[in-house]
Structure formats: C-alpha cells, structure tokens
Design a protein around this ligand. Structure first.
Ligand SMILES: C[S@@+](CC[C@H](N)C(=O)[O-])C[C@H]1O[C@@H](n2cnc3c(N)ncnc32)[C@H](O)[C@@H]1O
Length: 388
C-alpha cells in the first residue's frame, strides 16, 4: 500500500515530525520518502489504515493524507453503486496543472457518473487545492471523495484523501484560550505541537522551563503528555493554570496531570532539581528567549549582544537539565538566528551542550529545521537532542 502526506509551509519540519511520530509508534522511518517539495510518500504493507489515521491525528505539520490511486477507473467504480456523489479535485504542490485542467477532468468524471444516472456535486477549489473548510463543510470525504493530483520524482500521481487537518481545532486553542500575553512572546500553536512530536514520544512527562502562557504545555496535554511548567514570571504561571483548566472545561482534553512552579533558571536549587529528577521527566520542550521583536536587519554588534544574553540562558538551562535527565532524555528547543547586514548569526548549540548530548536533527531530515517567514529578521531554528 502507498499513502501520501501533504506537508505544510515548512516541509523539512513536516518530514521531521512525521518521522518522529513514526518512531513513537515503533515504525521504521525508511518507509517514508520525500518525493517532491510538499509530498511525503509512505510505502508499507504492514502499517494499518487505523495506525496511519492515529498518526495523522497527532500531526500539526501535514495538511492532508490519503491513499495513492494506482488506477483511476477502478478507484471510481465503487462510486457507481451510489445515488449521489460529492467530489472535489485538488492539485497539490508545485504541479504545472491549472484550474482549467481540474475542470476538464471533473467534467469527464461527471459524464461517467451521469451515464450511470448518478447525481453529482462537484466542489471547485478556490485556489489549486480545496481548503480544509471546503472539504469538511461539504462532507466531501463522507459523501464522495477528494481526488488529489501531484507530481513525484517518478511522474504524476493520484491520491484519495482519507483525512484533512482539523485546522479549526488549532485556531480555537490559539484564539479562544483565556490567557495569553503577547509581550512575553508566544509560539505559534502548530509549532508548539510539532515540537512536542519531535520528542519521538507518544506519552510521558514534558517540562517547559520557560513556559510563558503555556502554548507548549497546552499542545503537549492535547497529545496526551503530563506536563510541568516553570517560569520566572508569576503571571505566566497563572496563565498556564487558566489555559490548562480551559482545555478541560472545553472537553478538549479528558485528564491531564500538570503542575506549574516558579523557577529562575539561573538559580535552580539542588533540592528542586533532585525532586524534578525523581518525577521522571522524559523530555524538555521549550523556547527560551528570542529577544525583542525586530523590524530591521540588525547590526552585527547588536546581534552578538542579543546572542550573548541568550547563550547564558541556554547554559543555565543545560546545567539544570543535566541534573534532572537520564540516558535517552529528549530536549526539543529553539535557538534564535538573527539577520544582520553580514548574513545570519546564531550560536553553536553542540559546543554549548558538550559531549553528553547527541544532536538528532540529521536523523529526522536533510535540511535545517527552520521556522521562518519570508522577510523575517529572526529565524527559529529547532534542535532535537538526546542524552547519551
Ligand atoms: C519566549 S517566552 C516563552 C513563550 C511560551 N513558549 C509561549 O508560547 O507561551 C520565554 C519565557 O521565558 C521566561 N524567562 C525569561 N528568563 C527566564 C529565566 N531566567 N528563568 C525562567 N524563565 C525565564 C519569560 O518570562 C518568558 O515567559
């Protein structure tokens, strides 16, 4: 069986997330192949559809997934048994096909159904592909199909969408959560979700030592982790309480064990670290500090200044993590990179953490894991580390 996953805007990150979630299900990563900029193919006869559906439900970096269609006629034939079919056609990725090609194919399909006296409703994509709302609101998957067309390194391929990302759930958590303080700096909800998945774990205890209003903790809780949050800012701890309780109240999560506490990472007491070690934390997921928002390209000196202050935070962070972690402990964290007149400046995380930690980024993809909008001055570089 072959399946396709369509990645979101940051395709290297989507690939890394898919591989990490496969790992958390004990599935081999070599069944995943990137066949174009946005398409990941999974080839396996042993992975069940139910498992793939559970995997897709955990992802934030993929927009849709489905089954590859080997023969269009045999794919369409079961629909000839129905009275009515709702269907849509989407062109994924960088295919040269245009909307007029979609219309042509749709008309051919429609003629086939009409000749068998089947009524049809065709949903035309607004751009080249149907958006999630079009697929969900028109019940395309339940009452028919979304036919996807995409290019791969071996030629044009067709696929049948099995599920599309529940974007409304992410928007709801982002917009409706009761407490958020943008001055503290807030991670995009999807990035927080992806970072939790990049631990390669399905459950366990995640600690965010720079929790802010708790974006990472919320997403970790949604994925089924128990969560610990700490911050130097007492308002942040209050916000986390509000947000996690809101998740329960809204029945987004059933049950979560969580705790929040004050901690200045530069002054972590030994007793506290010992207690944390006893708690059996499995992973730290965090964004320590990105510096203030920047509108213009920075001077080298300014970027160096910012990086120096950030570097100290990371040093203290790893002093603490070294005390609470055991072999196999995972850390997923963001390191900022600043755009200067002389190019991008960042610091070397492997020098900072030393030999006790393996950097796993290469295991999860070929390129850097950068979450960066075009024209932005600060890039978020994601690192995945494992204790030796
Ligand atoms: C980028 S924000 C984290 C935002 C959070 N991920 C979110 O999306 O809500 C960084 C956080 O680090 C906290 N912080 C800064 N210095 C700290 C320190 N020395 N010890 C602990 N927390 C600190 C800040 O109070 C802030 O909440």
């Amino acid at each position: 069986m072959r399946y396709f996953f369509e990645s979101g805007n940051f395709s290297e990150i989507s690939l890394a997330e898919l591989i990490a979630v496969f790992e958390s299900f004990n599935l081999p990563k070599d069944s995943i192949k990137k066949v174009s900029n946005t398409i990941l193919l999974v080839e396996s006869n042993s992975i069940t559809k139910e498992t793939l559906s559970m995997i897709f439900d955990r992802l934030a970096g993929c927009i849709r997934y489905g089954q590859v269609i080997d023969d269009l006629d045999s794919f369409l034939s079961p629909y000839l048994e129905r009275k009515k079919v709702v269907y849509g056609i989407s062109i994924l990725g960088d295919s040269e096909l245009q909307i007029k090609d979609v219309e042509k194919l749709s008309n051919e399909i429609k003629r086939g159904f009409r000749s068998s006296e089947i009524s049809t409703r065709f949903i035309l994509p607004k751009q080249k592909e149907l958006n999630a709302a079009q697929v969900i609101n028109n019940h395309v998957i339940e009452n028919g199909f979304e036919l996807c067309i995409f290019e791969s390194n071996t030629g044009r391929m067709y696929g049948n969408t099995l599920a599309i990302q529940d974007i409304n759930a992410f928007i709801k958590r982002d917009v409706e959560r009761p407490s958020v303080d943008f001055d503290m700096g807030v991670l995009p909800q999807k990035l927080a979700h992806i970072m939790c998945n990049l631990t390669g774990l399905k459950n366990g205890i995640v600690w965010d030592p720079f929790c802010g209003s708790g974006t990472i903790l919320m997403e970790a809780a949604v994925l089924g982790f128990d969560v610990l949050g700490s911050d130097i800012d007492l308002r942040a701890l209050e916000s986390v309480n509000n947000n996690i309780q809101w998740l329960s109240k809204e029945e987004i999560i059933k049950e979560v064990k969580y705790n929040v506490f004050y901690l200045d990472i530069h002054n972590a007491e030994r007793k506290l670290l010992k207690d944390l070690k006893r708690t059996g934390i499995n992973a730290v997921v965090c964004e320590p500090f990105m510096g203030p928002p920047q509108k213009k390209v920075l001077s080298e000196a300014k970027a160096e200044d910012l990086l120096n202050s950030v570097r100290n935070l990371y040093k203290s962070l790893f002093n603490a993590i070294n005390e609470v972690s055991r072999i196999g402990f995972k850390v997923v964290l963001i390191v900022p990179s600043y755009k200067t007149s002389k190019g991008w400046l960042t610091f070397n995380i492997s020098e900072l953490v030393g030999k006790k930690w393996d950097i796993l980024n290469r295991k999860y993809g070929q390129g850097d894991l950068k979450w960066k909008r075009i024209n932005s001055i600060i890039s978020r570089n994601i690192f995945i580390l494992e204790k030796r």
